[in-house]
Design a protein around this ligand. Structure first.
Ligand SMILES: [Zn+2]
Ligand SMILES: [Zn+2]
Length: 94
């Protein structure tokens, strides 16, 4: 008597990749396509190779205070405005 539950399928237990909504454009993406902004904490698309997604909603940035980090597009715009008025700056590495 071997009645193994061989035909059981993981119908609901299948691990679906969790998608994360981008705070900048609103589209969802897989977590490995996303980064979080060091400034505001928003999760956004980043495509460092500029190949897989064909777009980024932020960039790696380099600043005077803490070196490299990621910043979303809205924060990069704020940095540029801040720099124009003599404030702290970060520049996008594109
Ligand atoms: Zn996006
Ligand atoms: Zn941000």
């Amino acid at each position: 008597m071997s009645t193994l539950p061989a035909q059981r399928r993981p119908a609901e237990a299948a691990p679906a990749p969790e998608l994360v909504a981008c705070a900048v454009c609103g589209l969802e993406g897989s977590p490995k396509e996303m980064a979080d902004c060091a400034e505001c904490g928003a999760v956004f698309h980043i495509d460092l190779s500029q190949q897989a997604l064909g777009r980024s909603c932020g960039a790696a940035t380099f600043g005077q205070a803490c070196g490299f980090s990621f910043s979303c597009d809205p924060c990069i715009e704020r940095y540029e405005e801040s720099a124009a008025s003599g404030g702290p700056w970060r520049s996008a590495v594109r």
